[in-house]
Design a protein around this ligand. Structure first.
Ligand code: THU
Length: 159
């Protein structure tokens, strides 16, 4: 038997510690929460994606009466970015959310497994790490790479 481990390190930054580019992306993610369609969960998520040329594309969660037909903000943003700008790699993504009261989350939002899987593929397409900023009013969790969010992942190397 052999014991193995995976180590994850990340930063918690305050807003005044973000770069100009990160602040701009955060503003877009927060703005996108207002364009969420979440009549069922009343949980509004916004995601903003920065492309390699600096273009920012945002998305929000879009729900449906047939619940599984809805889509998370992250995948809405990534799929839109990839369909609108298929040749531009994603450099960074920021995610923000409002709770059922309409308040920005204090604790940073964490993307679901399906979004992590889609982001992983975007990172492989980009051929470089995609930085992830998970916003909470008490601190922004900054992760170097999507891969860090999905250890022991399944990707096209298995196919
Ligand atoms: N949601 C997102 O859009 N992103 C996340 O990271 C977590 C969850 C959405 C899906 C659903 O519309 C609502 O939030 C509640 O789960």
């Amino acid at each position: 038997m052999e014991s193995q481990s995976i180590h994850l390190s990340y930063l918690i930054k305050q807003e005044d510690e973000l770069t100009q580019e990160e602040t701009k992306l955060l503003d877009e993610a927060r703005r996108a929460t207002y364009r969420s369609y979440a009549p069922y969960s009343h949980f509004s998520v916004g995601a903003a994606v920065e492309l390699e040329d600096g273009t920012i594309v945002s998305g929000s969660n879009q729900e449906n009466a047939a619940y599984p037909s809805g889509l998370c903000a992250e995948r809405t943003a990534v799929f839109y970015a990839n369909s609108r700008y298929p040749d531009l790699a994603i450099r960074r993504i920021c995610i923000a959310a409002r709770d059922t009261e309409g308040d920005l989350l204090q604790r940073y939002i964490s993307p679901c497994g399906a979004c992590r899987q889609v982001l992983l593929e975007a990172e492989q397409r980009a051929q470089h790490p995609i930085e992830v900023l998970l916003y909470g009013t008490q601190g922004i969790c900054c992760i170097h790479s999507i891969k860090d969010l999905l250890p022991l992942c399944f990707d096209d190397s298995f196919l």
